[in-house]
Design a protein around this ligand. Sequence first.
Ligand SMILES: Cc1ncc(COP(=O)(O)O)c(C=O)c1O
Length: 376
Amino acid sequence: MKLDTKMIHGGVFGDPHTGAVSVPIYQVSTYKQSKVGEHAGYEYSRTGNPTRDALEKLIADVENGARGLAFSSGMAAISTLLSYFSQGDHIIIGDDVYGGTYRVITKVFTRLGLEASFVDTGDINAVKKAIKPHTRAIYMETPSNPLLKVTDIKELSTLAKQAGLFLFVDNTFLTPYWQNPLDLGADAVLHSATKYLGGHSDVVAGLIVTKEEKFGEELHFLQNSIGGILGPQDSWLLIRGMKTLGLRMKQHELNAQQIAKWLQNHDQIGRVYYPGLADHPDHHTAKTQARGFGAIISFDVGSAEAADRLLEQTKYFTLAESLGAVESLISVPARMTHASIPAERRAELGIVDGLVRISVGVEDVEDLIADLDQAL
Ligand SMILES: Cc1ncc(COP(=O)(O)O)c(C=O)c1O
């Protein structure tokens, strides 16, 4: 089955009982048992719910994995995954991961005894050097946020396998439509499904897909124990969003390519970060391991004041946190998504005050360029 077909027919299609072509919303918390312990497959909706199941099967299908799990947010998914580890374990994390991921590790999990080293996962030697006897996993985002650095997933998975480590990839920016980390050797792939998978700024959700059933089962135990599950209404919204993922991703990308080139030629803009540009340092890796480059672009306007002026003037680019929806969004990572990273650390990473990040939507690209042009 081709990917565009899988988006619509993958997982569970419709409802076999009524012929409805859309999966029903099972708005239910508990299920009748015919005898103690005998039931039709469901006991309690924290453990399993048919609508959530349909979503979990769909994401597992499109990520080419064994087991999908749906959570109440991307952070709930990430936190559940991290709770797999124990006091004294060490993990290696990409050095420009999403600010919330950085925060939960440095403020919560390290307090509970998990040790973490933040490393540029694009630098294989730096990752090798960071491995300790008690290292258990490497966790990365590619492309990363907000600097769009690309890590070679295959190269890192080879290293992880040699060292006996798990490899986890946050695939939020490219989605399974453009990139399948499990096919490149990752053990689990994660999503803030709040972004492209939902696609319409109307649901907060997280997903994990594991390569192996056994690890999926272990994570399901943690999901059920901790309880950060996705409700049936939001599961249904995600299934609906995912049906048009292909259409949206293609349009997002066409728009982003044009806007990135336009920004590059604008005299008020410094560096433009977009892996789809031929002169992006990771362009070749991006092209080799993914089918598309996505639609997140960061660029430097020189100062916080210049960024503020731009943000105040745009009409179609809405000033908001988040990304990946049909509507274009604009933000300043240093004071928004990445504010929880200390200022010195941000400076080291290159997340400067004048860095602006846009999530290019699916509006007409001429309107989007005209909007940026007038605002600049
Ligand atoms: C790459 C990435 N991963 C994870 C998250 C966290 O997801 P959520 O906001 O759904 O909890 C985000 C949120 O912006 C993100 O951008």
